[in-house]
Design a protein around this ligand. Structure first.
Ligand code: ZN
Length: 467
């Protein structure tokens, strides 16, 4: 029996983990809706599965990680009404939905890379899997799980007795209630669209033919269709933010289990908690979305955010404040500084001396991925006097395969050349820019260029080099 235990949302308990297929873990993560920048709360939902993946790989498993890109079908009210987020963003920007999706997908990918998330094995787009989604909806229709309304084909939750299981929903309570924005004709408020028809007289950018009429897939359909395509009828782990459990993931389960009869569809449902912004909800419509780019523009290295993430357990709400992220940046910098001299460590590590540290680090992660405890062991290592530099090097190098903090990376090369006169010109250009005197800033840049000096703006301020 495995000594790895993970908390599973469906059973509300920690369960020993072993993959269905020996040595290989198949996992799926809900990715972004690519109509705008992802905020740092969304980034937590990517850092968590990355930590999980890195840990499982350190345990010797091969991990097949699939992440989706929602580039169609996500409506503004997260249910079956409202406008399509992609179409709206495209209309606002005067560009095609495809261009918007490509732009924000790349932005999201770069953000992930900046915080050292390993790339997924499969990154799949909803718009490139329309036939699979139609096929899944047809299977559900044949099984008697659907009904038709004027605006689309709906899933009938009363045909799936386990519907409430994943999120422990009170369906009877819901049935008594009633939302103002409810789609007319739904048999139960939890019923959801599998396929939406394009509204009459409205030409959408994104619409496809289907057996039921021209339209587009419901948001939930893509994740079930694509996870089955790449991971099979059943797989080990499905991750996502906790906010997805009650509707999106519940609907994914209903679609999958009704289509195949397999139960449970997913062995482990692992959900990360929110980032809390001191009670303020971050939303694009409120215009208070904080992104990784904002942190970097404020002078923080991206990995400060990864360090911050590791300071809380993934199932804890974590409060984001300026002080907290600054403290994380300091913590990360100090840990790197303590680890840096180890790069020159000579000799070989002593297996007996390092074993207790390795065991404690592993035990922390085996216990439902307790990152704060694992990080504390890394701190113990850099301070432990009983360990030689070679011992410490071996341990930090090993731990960093999971922590992903670049603890032993070479510091950024500092310019070998210094020249007080050029430093002063660069500083003067910075000052001119700060007071928005762009003419003066440009004049100084041209002067520097004439002397063969190129200035680059970096998160740590401007750097210059000879061209
Ligand atoms: Zn999903």
């Amino acid at each position: 029996m495995s000594d790895i235990v993970f908390y599973d949302t469906r059973t509300r308990s920690k369960q020993p983990f072993a993959p269905l297929e020996p040595d290989c873990v198949r996992m799926y993560t809900c990715g972004p809706t690519v109509y705008g920048p992802q905020h740092i709360g969304n980034l937590r939902s990517q850092l968590f599965p990355d930590l999980l993946r890195r840990f499982l790989e350190r345990e010797g498993f091969a991990v097949r990680h699939v992440v989706n890109i929602t580039d169609v079908g996500h409506l503004t009210d997260d249910a079956d009404d409202g406008d399509d987020k992609m179409e709206m963003a495209a209309a606002r920007a005067g560009r095609s939905a495809e261009e918007i999706a490509a732009h924000w997908t790349e932005h999201w990918r770069q953000n992930r890379e900046a915080v050292n998330c390993r790339p997924p094995d499969v990154l799949c787009k909803a718009t490139e899997h329309i036939p699979e989604q139609i096929e899944l909806a047809r299977t559900l229709e044949k099984g008697g799980h659907t009904y038709r309304l004027p605006d689309g084909i709906y899933f009938d939750v009363s045909t799936f007795p386990r519907y409430a299981e994943l999120a422990h929903l009170d369906l009877e309570g819901q049935a008594g209630g009633h939302r103002i924005d409810e789609v007319a004709g739904k048999r139960h408020p939890a019923d959801f669209a599998l396929w939406k028809f394009a509204a009459e007289g409205v030409k959408r950018q994104q619409e496809w033919d289907s057996p039921w009429g021209r339209g587009f897939p419901g948001w939930h359909l893509e994740c079930t269709a694509m996870s089955s395509r790449y991971l099979g009828e059943t797989f080990d782990i499905h991750t996502g933010g906790i906010d997805l459990a009650t509707v999106h993931h519940t609907n994914e389960v209903a679609q999958a289990e009704c289509a195949t009869g397999v139960h449970p569809w997913v062995q482990f449902w692992m959900h990360n908690e929110f980032l809390d912004f001191q009670g303020v909800k971050m939303s694009k419509s409120l215009g208070n979305v904080l992104t990784l780019d904002d942190l970097v523009a404020g002078g923080l290295p991206p990995l400060a955010f990864r360090y911050f993430f590791l300071q809380a357990h993934y199932r804890q709400q974590q409060t984001f404040t300026d002080e907290a992220i600054q403290a994380a940046a300091t913590g990360h910098r100090r840990l790197c500084a303590a680890a840096a001299p180890l790069r020159d460590a000579k000799g070989v590590p002593d297996p007996e001396r390092v074993a207790p540290y390795r065991d404690r680090f592993r035990a922390a992660l085996c216990d439902d991925l307790n990152a704060p405890r694992a990080l504390a062991v890394a701190w113990e290592v850099v301070r432990a006097e009983e360990l030689t530099p070679a011992d410490r090097y071996a341990l930090i190098e090993d731990f960093d395969t999971v922590l992903g903090l670049d603890l032993l990376a070479e510091p950024e090369a500092t310019p070998v050349e210094t020249d007080p006169r050029i430093d002063a010109l660069v500083a003067a250009r910075e000052e001119a820019r700060a007071r928005k005197d762009f003419a003066e800033a440009d004049r100084l840049r041209d002067q520097l260029a004439a002397e063969g000096i190129a200035v680059e703006d970096t998160p740590n301020g401007p750097r210059w080099r000879r061209t």
